[in-house]
Design a protein. Structure first.
Length: 417
């Protein structure tokens, strides 16, 4: 049995993270991780392709040496302001007279028509998610397979990216010496790693807080219904500290991570200070002032998330709110977000059984370290679920012909008998 691999590269503004999994018999046999600070990306947009390709080349080559796997193909992500979403609908007739049973081919034909109608020369469709179907006059059908109808309408939710952004990303990866095999929307990929059975029922919101953008994904009974991308992130806390305390961003980031307490800042003693080096002398900064700044920013941050949600759904309708990102590790942040939303908020954790079984074996996934590689793991989970494994599809066409012929015969039998 040929061993294949999946190499997932998470391109963010703050970091680049990469995971390569050796696949044997459609299961993860071994997995390796590596991450480095990012360069050349801001708010999901490439602003310096030379700096980014150097980072990609360095990271993936390091992982190739660590794993011994000859990495050529990458699965990667895209996000930011160049992500566009829209609904596209298409109607296909099923029978000239009367009704016929709806087959898998009918569903695929309706979905393909909707994809074509929703496509644009200036956009690349990254994901197409079936929102609902309509048969004759009956709307909001989840799965029309096996039902009778005269016509079938498919409603697709399309996640697209500007073609120029996709082309720039592809060229940068190619110049680094690799090829893109799969492209994912970041938030959707990350959600695949943390969604369990509980989160596939009711109204659920997944919130991924990055360094400079936050992605909100709304799911209804496991199906993606809406996406909102906000121009806010963990760096907002750093900027607020730097501006308020008149210190360098690097120093503000260190203070945020070490002393960034949110809430109950009145309980911090007035005498507690942080000594920071400024020029040739040390400047004392009161811890209470730091906590007060962080608390104010956290409340404002949470209010923006609530406003974005309320434009789509009422918070009281939400069954589960799951959040990930390194900003959630700030002491008191989740509690502040809960108070703003008036619903329970929980930290997303790895739920995929295969990945979960590996977590105990890898120090890179211990504690809260898994947050660094969550998007990478989500991409791997998605590829495994869709069984799109292997870089040498030499035997796939023959198998597909047999499978398609069998399915077509089965559909004809169902239709007439």
């Amino acid at each position: 049995m040929l061993n294949n691999y999946i190499c997932a590269l998470d391109i963010g503004s703050d970091k680049l993270a990469c995971a390569v999994a050796e696949i044997k018999k459609r299961r993860i046999n071994k997995i390796f991780f590596e991450s480095i600070p990012s360069k050349g990306v801001r708010s999901g947009i490439i602003i310096d392709s030379i700096a980014l390709l150097d980072r990609i080349s360095s990271l993936v080559n390091s992982l190739r040496n660590k794993s011994g796997i000859k990495i050529k193909f990458l699965s990667t992500n895209i996000s930011g302001e160049d992500i566009l979403t829209k609904h596209s609908r298409a109607i296909v007739p099923l029978a000239e007279r009367g009704n016929k049973v709806i087959t898998g081919s009918d569903i695929e034909k309706a979905k393909e028509e909707a994809r074509i109608l929703g496509s644009s020369l200036e956009e690349e469709i990254i994901h197409s998610v079936a929102s609902s179907y309509t048969i004759d006059s009956k709307a909001n059908i989840i799965n029309p397979l096996g039902l009778y109808s005269h016509r079938l309408e498919a409603d697709l939710y399309l996640i697209c990216a500007k073609l120029s952004s996709v082309q720039s990303l592809s060229r940068t990866v190619n110049q680094a010496g690799f090829e893109i095999k799969d492209l994912f929307f970041s938030g959707l990929a990350t959600s695949r790693a943390v969604f369990d059975k509980e989160l596939k029922e009711g109204l659920n919101i997944f919130c991924d807080i990055g360094s400079d953008i936050t992605e909100l994904l709304i799911f209804k009974d496991g199906a993606l219904k809406d996406i909102e991308i906000l121009p806010i992130g963990g760096n907002d806390f750093t900027s607020k500290l730097a501006d308020s305390l008149k210190i360098a961003s690097e120093l503000a980031e260190d203070i945020k991570r070490s002393y960034g307490i949110i809430g109950d800042f009145e309980k911090i003693g007035e005498d507690k200070e942080i000594l920071v080096k400024k020029s040739d002398f040390y400047k004392p900064i009161k811890q209470r002032v730091v906590a007060e700044i962080m608390t104010s920013e956290a409340k404002e941050f949470s209010a923006k998330i609530k406003d974005a949600i309320e434009k789509k759904v009422s918070c009281y309708q939400v069954d589960n709110f799951v959040v990930v990102g390194r900003a959630v590790l700030l002491e008191g942040f989740i509690e502040t977000l809960e108070n703003a939303l008036a619903i329970p908020v929980r930290l997303g954790r790895i739920a995929n059984p295969q990945i979960l079984s590996l977590q105990k074996e890898h120090s890179d996934l211990s504690g809260q370290k898994f947050l660094t590689y969550l998007t990478c793991l989500g991409m791997i989970c998605q590829i495994l679920e869709e069984k799109r494994i292997g870089i040498l599809p030499a035997h796939q066409p023959a198998k597909n012909i047999v499978k398609n012929t069998f399915n077509r015969v089965k559909e004809i039998y169902q239709e007439y008998f």
